[in-house]
Structure formats: C-alpha cells, structure tokens
Design a protein around this ligand. Structure first.
Ligand code: C5P
Length: 473
C-alpha cells in the first residue's frame, strides 16, 4: 500500500531518529548537478545539526557497480538523493533495510509500494514541475526538526537548477511555491518582477544582454558589440566609477528605458513574445553581497552546476552549507572554467556539421570525442534552447567509460510532441541491456557501444513519426 507523503516523512523521521539514538553513521550519495548538490547539502546540514556522523559523495549516475560498492561500505546506512529511480529491488537485495531514497524522477509503479522510496510521484506530486529532490530533502529535513525550515532557501536553488520555474512569468507552482513562500517569510529571499537578464549581479550590462538567449533577439543575442552599441546609444550610463554596471544596479526608470530601446531595435520581430520572456520573476538572496554570483538564485544554480560538472562537487556543497571564504573564490574560478569548456564544445559541434542530423521532430548530435560524459546534459540543454530547435527534441550522444555510450535528451521550448522522454529512454535502454530514465522533458540513457546502431534505430523509429497535436497541417 502506498503511504501518504506525511506518513512517508514520518517513516523518514523515525528511521533517522533510531539511527541517531544508536550512534550509527550514515552516507549520503547524491547526483552531481545543482539539484543533487543542494539535496546533499540540505540533508547533510540537517544530520550534522542532529550531531550524526555522515559523509557526502556525489556521482554522475547510479548503477549496479555503485550498489555493490555501497554494500561493501563500512557506513551503516545510505541516504540516496536525486538518484536511483528503478533500483529499489536491487537496493533491497544488496542493502536490506539500510537505505532510503529521496527523489523526484519518474519511477516504475512497482516501486511505489516500497516505503524506502520517498519519491514525489507516488504522492501525486509532479516531480518534473512541482518539486525536485532538493524540495523532497527539505521536507524530510523539516520533518526531522522544525528548525531546518531555514533550509528552504537552498531548496529554492534546487528548483531553479532543475528549471522548474515554468509557471507564469517564470514563477513556481505546487510544493515549490510553498517552499519559496517559507523562504520569503523567513526573510531569506526577495521575489520581484524584473528583467530576466543572465548574470543579473555579475555581468556588465552589454554582456548580460548578449548572453541572454531567452528571448532570442536577432542581431543582439550572442553579439556583444551590437549590444554595446545599442546600450551606448540609449544613454543609460554603462559604467560607474570606472566599473561596468550590472543589470541589478539599474533603476526602474533605466529598466523601462532599456525595454523601450530593445523594443525599437526589435521592431516587428514578435515584440510581444520578446517582452513576455524578458520580464519575469527574479529571486534574490538579500543577505549575499551585491554583485556576488550568490545573490541571484539563477546565477547561484549555475555555479553549483558548474562545480558538479567539472568534478568539484565539494566546493558547491561547501558554498551551500555556508562557506563564504576560500570556497567562494574557488567557485568563481570553476564558473569561468566551466563557461570556457562549454564555449569550446559548442564551437566544435557547430563547426563540424556532420555531427548533426535532423528531421522534422528531432535533432541528433554526435558528441563522441568532444563532449565529456559529465557535460552531456548541459550541452543538450543549450542546444535545445537554441531558437532554431524550437519545438523539437534534441538527443546528444557521447562516449562513456568502458565502451559505453551516453545519451542525453531534452524537449526544447514549446515542444508539444506526444512522447515522454523518461519512458523513451528507460524502455529503449532496457531493450538493449542498458539503463535509462529521467523526466518527461529531460532524460538520459547508457548502453554498450555494440548496441549503438540498434538503439539509434529504436530512437528514430519512435521519434520520427510523432505528431504535434497543435499542428493540424
Ligand atoms: O544525463 P542527463 O542530464 O541527460 O539526464 C537528464 C535527467 O534524467 C537527469 O535528471 C538525470 O538524473 C535523469 N536520468 C535518470 N536515469 C538515467 C539517466 C538520467 O533518472 N539512467
């Protein structure tokens, strides 16, 4: 029988309280993206507060080898966050009752009855939109001790990192909204309707405009010199005391003037849509320094993603847990390294045209030898965000370790194709002895190289003939 969310949280509380009483030690294993790092930080902080001994580690993927490693581990109990969908039976077999999972990925229904799986979907909460693993770990931590309510602010970063700001004007819905409201009433976060420029607190205005690709403004996006020229012509002062001003420093009048300037530049280019996308909800940590990359929640989430993706998860977790000294400088370095790597991979993929094949529904990109496995999700999301791929599915593949091929798939904006990528990847990978899963709009899979042609045929067969229900032609 599936329990309610409250019953499940109380199971969590009692299990952990028993471990605390008996002085057991715990390992936390989490995914290495923003949601994974925030989840590990939330649960880690909650356990440290109870005085429990625990260690945190992160991984790019959950697999049988990892379960074997856990079963030989000296720790007494394992909390797995943002991972392990589809592994409940294996975990039961290898770890007995000494584990639990806090997650939001879609899982097979047969896992619903396992009390150790605390997954949003089994309580009727959409894990793709209404809550992520950070939200689930926050709820669990709060059930342990009410004082963990201050961890709501970290859970907001998870939801942004997993792009769950899909409500009107990039707002939150469902449990995410409740968590946001808690952080707001704790005075930890400010929410405003503002210009959605990338790098609100850190990038010079012209760069922020150039690097904002949603909305995509022909002639401005990815064109720093034309952005600078436009802004110079607007009369908005771009520097203050010799330092470039950042978007967050503009007054309301200057913001209005900037919008007018962009409107004139983009005349006739579906201006309403551009403005719709340009103005939305921003989330700010008022206690962080101005012009710090930790002040704007979207920038914070980018830093965490970059830490995980270039194997510096510890830095991201330390920052989430409150380190504001050495780790902050490290974070800054990691972010610029991460951005450089992304630019390099994107340059190769766009210069080597043979790597991309597309049809009406799908863009297939071969990133073998270029994109490292850990960066596939990031690069697939960027390709899916490009305006020329609007409405399509993007599937990128690259080499994994030990003769494996890693696939990463994303639905682009406004993709209405009637397919669930999580099922596509899970079912397909299972057919060819691999592992896959994820969400409706973002999923991954891994297969052995000898199955590549068959898996590509499977993808093509399932994606090419899909119908867009909104396109009646
Ligand atoms: O690897 P990638 O970033 O493309 O994965 C997209 C989403 O699918 C992530 O949230 C990831 O955790 C999830 N995923 C999964 N099971 C897999 C592979 C990916 O749940 N086997």
């Amino acid at each position: 029988m599936v329990k309610s969310l409250n019953e499940s949280l109380s199971y969590f509380k009692h299990t952990i309280s028993d471990l605390i009483k008996s002085g057991k030690n715990i390992s936390i294993i989490s995914h290495l993206d923003c949601d994974g790092l925030t989840s590990a930080s939330i649960i880690g902080k909650a356990l440290f507060r109870e005085g429990i001994r625990c260690t945190i580690s992160t991984t790019n993927e959950f697999n049988n080898n990892l379960v074997d490693r856990l079963s030989n581990d000296s720790r007494d109990f394992h909390i797995i966050t943002d991972l392990a969908g589809g592994f409940a039976n294996t975990l039961d077999e290898k770890l007995g009752e000494d584990w639990l999972v806090l997650d939001h990925h879609e899982i097979p229904e047969e896992e619903y009855d396992n009390e150790r799986v605390i997954n949003s979907w089994k309580f009727g909460i959409d894990g793709g939109l209404e809550i992520c693993a950070g939200g689930m770990t926050y709820l669990a931590s709060k059930s342990l001790n009410k004082k963990n309510e201050d961890l709501a602010a970290i859970a907001v970063i998870s939801a942004i990192g997993d792009r769950q700001d899909k409500g009107e004007r990039k707002s939150f819905t469902g449990k995410n909204l409740d968590i946001l409201n808690t952080a707001k009433s704790n005075g930890q976060i400010d929410v405003d309707l503002d210009l959605l420029l990338v790098g609100r607190e850190t990038r010079p205005l012209s760069d922020a405009l150039a690097f904002t690709s949603q909305p995509f403004i022909e002639g401005l996006t990815w064109n720093r010199s034309s952005c600078l020229a436009l802004l110079n012509s607007s009369g908005i002062p771009l520097k203050e005391k010799g330092r470039w001003r950042v978007p967050a420093e503009l007054s309301d009048d200057e913001k209005r003037h900037l919008i007018e300037t962009i409107s004139k530049f983009a005349t006739g280019k579906n201006m309403t849509e551009i403005l719709e996308e340009l103005i939305g909800y921003t989330f700010t940590f008022p206690k962080e320094d101005q012009r710090s990359f930790l002040r704007d929640v979207r920038e914070f989430s980018t830093v965490l993603n970059s830490c995980g993706r270039i194997s510096k998860s510890g830095v991201g977790i330390s920052i989430c847990m409150g380190d504001r000294h050495r780790m902050l400088q490290e974070g800054e370095k990691i972010l610029s390294e991460y951005r450089k790597k992304i630019r390099d991979y994107m340059n190769v993929l766009s210069n080597e045209r043979w790597r991309t094949a597309e049809n009406m529904n799908c863009v297939m990109v071969n990133g073998e030898g270029v994109v490292p496995e850990m960066m596939t999700g990031t690069i697939t999301s960027i390709i899916a965000g490009s305006p020329k791929n609007t409405g399509k599915i993007v599937i990128l593949r690259t080499n994994g370790e030990e003769g494996m091929i890693k696939f990463s798939s994303r639905k682009s904006n406004t993709c209405n194709l009637n397919i669930n990528l999580s099922s596509l990847m899970r079912t397909g990978a299972a057919k060819f002895d691999g592992v896959g899963g994820g969400h409706d709009a973002a999923a991954g899979a891994k297969i052995t190289k000898d199955k590549l042609d068959d898996f590509l045929d499977y993808l093509e067969g399932n994606v090419t003939n899909l119908q867009d229900p909104n396109n009646t032609q």
